[in-house]
Each structure stands twice: as structure tokens, then as C-alpha cells.
Design a protein around this ligand. Structure first.
Ligand SMILES: [Zn+2]
Ligand SMILES: [Zn+2]
Length: 319
């Protein structure tokens, strides 16, 4: 009889669980560990990349008071397909995104001023739509557990996405831009956020072309858009963030290396002010990138970094 081991917490199982994911909760965050068959020799398949860190996670320090992350989540029908079909990862893309978005945001629960870190949760396919704007603190209070929050995200993506058969990156990015502009003006009341909202900036150390250090002031906001497909409506993508200092991060989710969506996402991503010419683009094309995906949601939600190099210098999300 084959035996199985969790890729995350290394718990061993006599048989596969019904959905293929580790059931050792709450120790092992639901969705981050799945069962791999143990090789004949008794060794587990090499997959150390996802081993859970057990040491306590140092909190991100909020030296700023109000942050906004606009999450523009692709909910198109293709997200219902297996996330990584050439591997033994058992989930579809809705599940992959939901568990890691929830995990990334939830890991901010102990930061100081979690009441001041706002998330504008948006969904899109053929059209974009706002789900709500809430602070991290409100999210923690409302959903009580990370798993309930993940269930909410998944159900919302699966059932509420407008025009799920189409992917329109253009309207999605422009919808995010409208929210971002409202944030810069200090008035998000149109989106159901409190009206005592003041936009703040933080200083980022940059290096100019001669290598000299300079400080650049950047709004405490990030936009994160991902897709598993490609822009497939007639109007070309016009990216409103490309004028000026962009806060737009992007990701492509899936194994299809030929997808035009990869180049489209790369093109619209910001150039990192700290690590230029590195861009804020993230490719999530294998289960080994799951921690990156969760870290990306955490980093964007905390309005901290801009690119993969920024992410690798942040503490890993271990909860
Ligand atoms: Zn596990
Ligand atoms: Zn960077």
C-alpha cells in the first residue's frame, strides 16, 4: 500500500484524503500542504521548498498609518481548472488563489495598525466589480478564521464574477486606477470606506543610474492584478499606471508558458524603485511557487514591497 506525506508539515498518511490536501489543521494551513506519495525507499519526494518555518514571524512594522491594497482578482471560468496539471497538486486555481490570498492577508493580523491597512477586494473577468473595502482588522473580526475567509474568497470568485467567459485586463486595470485616484484624493466613500481616510506616503531609498541614493516618496498603496489567461477583447490594454511612479504589481498563474497573458502581465507591472530595472511581475507556474504567491498577497496587502527581490527580503509568511 502506498503511503503519503504532507508537502508542508510532513505528517504521514496511510491513505489519501478526499480532496488530496493535508487535513492536519490548524497546524498546517489548509491548502498549503498536499499529499505526495512516499517513494519506495521510504524517503519522501524532494519538495523541501514548501517546508513550514516554525519560528515566530517578526511583524512587518507599519511606519505609516494608512495603507490600501487593491486586489484585482481574476475569477474567469478557466480558474476552475487544475492549477498545475503536470504535477500532483490537487487543487484548482480558485482554490489556489483563495487559500493563499486569505493566508497572506491573515498573516498581517498581528501587525500594529491592522485597522489602518485597507484591502479593496475586486473581482474581474469580462468586467470588474468591487466586492468591498475593509481593513485587515475588520476582515479578521468578520471571518474569525483564515479558512472561512478563504472559503468566502473562493465562493465569491466562483459565483460573483461578472462575464466569467471573457478576460478584459483593460477595464480591470482602469477600475483599479479609479480606486487608486480616489485614495490619493483622500476620499474612498464612493467605495464604502470610511471618510476620515487620509492618503499617506512613505519614503523609499532608490538608486539612480549613477548608483547614488535618493529618497522617493511613494503612496502607501499597491495594486495587485493576476490572471490565468490573457486579455481577449478587442480594445488594447491601456495602462493608466504607466505614467509616473507605478504601484501596480502583477502575476500570471498557471503552467502555460506560451500564454500571451505572461507578456501582458509583465508589460503592465511597475519597475521597482529599489531594484530597477526589475519589474513587479510574479510567475506562479508550479507548486514550488505557492509560498511566493502567499508572500505576494501579504506584501501587497501590507503595501510594503514592489518586486520579487523585495519579497525575498521580507520575512516569509509562516502562518
Ligand atoms: Zn500538512
Ligand atoms: Zn524590489
Amino acid at each position: 500500500m502506498p503511503r503519503y506525506i504532507c508537502t508542508n508539515c510532513k505528517t504521514e498518511y496511510e491513505a489519501k484524503t478526499a480532496d488530496g490536501f493535508c487535513s492536519n489543521q490548524p497546524t498546517c494551513e489548509y491548502g498549503s500542504g498536499w499529499l505526495k506519495e512516499i517513494a519506495e525507499s521510504g524517503e519522501s519526494a524532494p519538495d523541501a521548498a514548501t517546508a513550514a518555518g516554525s519560528e515566530a514571524e517578526p511583524p512587518i512594522s507599519f511606519d505609516r498609518e494608512i495603507g490600501l491594497c487593491i486586489l484585482m482578482m481574476d475569477g474567469s471560468l478557466s480558474m476552475g481548472e487544475k492549477a498545475f496539471p503536470t504535477t500532483d497538486y490537487p487543487g484548482n486555481k480558485y482554490q489556489l488563489i483563495a487559500t493563499n490570498a486569505a493566508g497572506g492577508i491573515w498573516s498581517l493580523k498581528n501587525v500594529t495598525h491592522s485597522e489602518s491597512a485597507y484591502i479593496a477586494l475586486c473581482i474581474f473577468a469580462g468586467k470588474p466589480d468591487l466586492v468591498w473595502v475593509k481593513s485587515v482588522q475588520e476582515i479578521i473580526q468578520l471571518f474569525e478564521t483564515r479558512d472561512k475567509f478563504a472559503d468566502f474568497i473562493r465562493t465569491t470568485l466562483e459565483t460573483k464574477t461578472p462575464e466569467p467567459g471573457v478576460t478584459n485586463i483593460n477595464t480591470a486595470v482602469n477600475f483599479a486606477w479609479q480606486i487608486y485616484e480616489a485614495y490619493l484624493k483622500g476620499d474612498l466613500t464612493a467605495y464604502g470606506a470610511p471618510d476620515n481616510f487620509k492618503p499617506l506616503s512613505h519614503k523609499v531609498v532608490c538608486h539612480d543610474s549613477q548608483g547614488a541614493e535618493e529618497y522617493v516618496s511613494i503612496p502607501n498603496a499597491r495594486v495587485l492584478i493576476y490572471t490565468d489567461g490573457e486579455h481577449n477583447v478587442t480594445a488594447a490594454v491601456k495602462n493608466p499606471f504607466e505614467n509616473g511612479r507605478s504601484v501596480l504589481l502583477s502575476a500570471f498563474v498557471g503552467e502555460d508558458e506560451e500564454s500571451a497573458g505572461i507578456k501582458q502581465m509583465q508589460r503592465i507591472a511597475n519597475v521597482c524603485p529599489k531594484h530597477a530595472p526589475a519589474k513587479g511581475f510574479f510567475l506562479i507556474n508550479s507548486p514550488e511557487r505557492i509560498q511566493t504567491l502567499k508572500g505576494l498577497f501579504r506584501m501587497a496587502s501590507g503595501a510594503s514591497g514592489f518586486c520579487p527581490s523585495c519579497l525575498s527580503s521580507e520575512p516569509p509568511p509562516s502562518e
